[in-house]
Design a protein around this ligand. Structure first.
Ligand code: FES
Ligand SMILES: [Fe+2]
Length: 374
């Protein structure tokens, strides 16, 4: 399908009260998916981890983005550096997970790179004519730390810096979570067997990544589809705020302390929420979607941040029933439905001040349309 020919209109307009929702072809067409890779994912900012894990020179973490892998490294001069996680000899992957190294040594033929990405050793190259080590430095990747906590990367060398564009987002987080700056990343709680089984089942969804994000960003479906969720959250006071680059969903709860539940989303897919109380905050942060193909999506690794003095105590978590399993089955049904000859596109449900509102989803779809130029 020629996307250019379809550029006329997705039906997604600026005014949520009048906007259509994204048409089926935008979810199904493999050309759209390719375009999303290059124009959206490779040009936007993605979460990589906690800056506190990168304190000493040589501390590194790796992050995956569709078919790309990135290293974030604390350099000898104290600056954070980003590199594509690929050896310049024959393309082997360099580092896994996270840790500390004195040099980046390729497991294949042991080319060794300094912490600044320069190639410092290439075995047995004396007789290789005109071999210039200076031409084989690791390829750089843009890195930025958001809110003095979250490490982000962007594969686009010309991308606008993230921080200045989302100052209102960071200010909102700090206002709602007064202890935010004290939170540190902790080892995730051990899952029970039942949780592990559910996680394995629910963390891969046979649906396009935008279906998963759409579904996450609205609770219009909560009364019919998530009885367990609404035993904890109150639906009537659910509010949505949609911005150019982020969205916020907030509701009251039925918890004895009367805490509110807030989810923040930074487009395209960085999500975090406070699963503790306002006093004792615990946040869960993740790349909510990891596209695996046009019709397959995984959930990213979830990082947990807590107050240092709470790090060893049992983490309080709301009981939302099988909300993950319910969402998976909703998304997979929509994926099939979008391929139906009997479906074209729907409408954004606009209902400010009510839980029955798709305004945050609309903000996300506008972001997609702008990023793709469709
Ligand atoms: S591919 Fe890395 S040293 Fe050969
Ligand atoms: Fe849901």
């Amino acid at each position: 399908m020629d996307i250019e020919a379809l550029k006329t209109s997705t039906g997604v307009t600026d005014d949520p009260a009048r906007s259509g929702s994204l048409p089926a072809w935008a979810y199904l067409d493999p050309d759209v998916y390719e375009r999303e890779k290059h124009e959206l994912f490779y040009k936007t900012w993605h979460y990589a981890g906690w800056v506190g894990d990168l304190q000493a020179p040589g501390d590194y973490l790796t992050a995956e983005l569709i078919d790309q892998s990135v290293i974030v490294m604390r350099g000898r001069d104290g600056a954070l550096e980003g590199f594509h996680n690929v050896c310049q000899h024959r393309g082997h992957r360099l580092l896994e997970d996270s840790g500390r190294v004195a040099a980046i040594t390729c497991p294949y033929h042991a080319w060794a790179y300094d912490l600044d990405g320069s190639l410092k050793r290439a075995r047995a190259t004396e007789h290789t004519a005109d071999f210039d080590r200076g031409c084989f430095s690791l390829k750089p990747v843009r890195v930025e730390v958001l809110a003095d906590k979250f490490v982000f990367f962007n594969l686009d060398p010309d991308a606008a810096p993230l921080g200045p564009r989302v100052e209102d987002y960071v200010a909102d987080i700090r206002r709602e979570l007064p202890q935010f700056d004290r939170l540190v990343k902790v080892a995730p709680r051990q899952r029970t067997e039942e949780e592990e089984r559910r996680y394995a089942e629910n963390s891969t969804i046979r649906a396009n990544w935008k279906i998963v994000m759409d579904n996450f960003l609205e609770c219009y479906h909560c009364p019919p589809a998530h009885p367990g969720f609404l035993r904890d959250l109150t639906f009537d006071d659910l509010t949505y705020t949609g911005h150019e680059l982020w969205a916020k969903q907030e509701s009251g709860t039925r918890r004895p302390d009367g805490d509110r539940q807030i989810f923040w989303t930074l487009f395209p897919g960085f999500v975090f929420w406070n699963s503790g109380t306002r006093e004792k905050q615990a946040i869960h942060a993740m790349n909510f979607v990891v596209p695996e193909g046009p019709a397959l999506t995984s959930m990213g690794r979830m990082d947990v941040y807590r107050l240092p003095e709470e790090a060893d105590t049992e983490e309080w978590r709301p009981d939302w029933g099988d909300v993950g399993g319910e969402d998976k089955s909703l998304c997979e049904s929509v994926q099939k439905g979008l391929a139906s000859l009997g479906y074209d596109r729907g409408r954004v449900i606009h209902n400010p001040g009510s839980g029955n509102n798709e305004e945050a989803m609309h903000a996300f779809q506008r972001f997609v349309v702008r990023a793709l130029g469709i």
